[in-house]
Design a protein. Structure first.
Length: 314
């Protein structure tokens, strides 16, 4: 068992980012374990810092397996699977990286909306295989259409601003009305879906939003509308979505996140009105470096006794 403090990384990171962390002399010894560790023996006893994310999280039992743990840092804004109650009881600080990838996620949401409505995922392959003239049908455009956004936080607001440049009519749903925004508020997700040509999910994950998109909401969305999810896979009832896509009860869907990812349902492979990307909406060189900087600054703050930034609980 190593005697020096360790930084345990539980999420997949690019080799260059892991190398950057290893090369930082101010950080503890780095253990990169995106496939997990054995929590039942002594190999975690020297861990003082954990780098995770909202999807992977960290449980009470895992925290208790690391008696030297002082900081849990989420590499992103989400902390839905980090046991915040346990962290507070155990005196472990939890931080995250809000805002670091907002612009990148909003850009990706717009890209997904444009791509799925124009069928770009199908047209590229069709043209490359020689089908030029046979694939020039008229396709929907987002200009002037009605956009619904579930969750008008930092990312949702950036999506709304981008949509305004396309002359879209923007409405939103959140738990509470957002003051001083020029968008129509809908009291329920169902009401929002019923008036949307495109519905973008930009809300937090977790129990409160699990299967918020169910068969009733998809039915309200209707056969001319598209669903885009850059939130969490758990927000969508996958079985209901598959049925809605297969029966053409909605026009299409574009997902950057899938419940149970990285595994995807076999039925997804047969749906030509479904566009998938591998949970990369928040990944750009700029966003990753911003997240890394926030993390490194908090580690230095922890070591020097200075206040941590972007703290969730302590």
């Amino acid at each position: 068992m190593p005697s020096s403090p360790e930084l345990l990384i539980l999420i997949p990171l690019a080799d260059a980012l892991v190398a950057q962390l290893r090369d930082n002399p101010t950080l503890p010894t780095v253990r990169y374990a995106p496939k997990g560790v054995n929590w039942t023996n002594d190999e975690t006893h020297s861990v003082s810092i954990v780098l995770t994310n909202g999807s992977t999280g960290l449980t009470r039992a895992q925290m208790q397996a690391m008696p030297q743990l002082k900081l849990v840092s989420a590499f992103g804004a989400g902390v839905e699977n980090v046991d915040l109650t346990a962290a507070k009881e155990l005196g472990i600080a939890v931080t995250h990286a809000p805002g670091a990838n907002n612009a990148t996620v909003a850009d990706h949401a717009m890209a997904l909306m444009l791509a799925v409505s124009r069928g770009l995922h199908l047209l590229d392959a069709a043209v490359k295989s020689g089908g030029w003239e046979s694939n020039r049908a008229a396709l929907p455009t987002i200009n002037g259409k009605r956009l619904g956004i579930v969750g008008l936080g930092n990312i949702g607001e950036q999506i709304a601003r981008r949509a305004a440049a396309f002359d879209m009519e923007v409405a939103y749903h959140t738990r509470n009305v957002r003051e001083h925004v020029p968008y129509l508020y809908c009291a329920t997700p169902l009401e929002l879906a019923a008036r949307s040509d495109y519905l973008i999910l930009a809300c937090p994950g977790g129990p409160a939003t699990r299967h918020l998109v169910n068969r009733y909401l998809l039915q309200a969305l209707g056969p001319q509308a598209f669903l885009i999810n850059i939130a969490r896979g758990s927000v969508v009832d996958t079985a209901a979505l598959i049925e809605a896509l297969a029966s053409k009860r909605i026009a299409g869907a574009a997902l950057d996140v899938v419940d149970g990812e990285p595994a995807i349902p076999e039925a997804f492979r047969t749906l030509d009105n479904l566009l998938l990307t591998p949970h990369i909406s928040g990944r750009s060189p700029e966003a990753l470096q911003a997240q890394l900087k926030m993390f490194e600054e908090n580690v230095m703050g922890l070591q020097s006794g200075h206040p941590l930034q972007h703290i969730v609980t302590s």
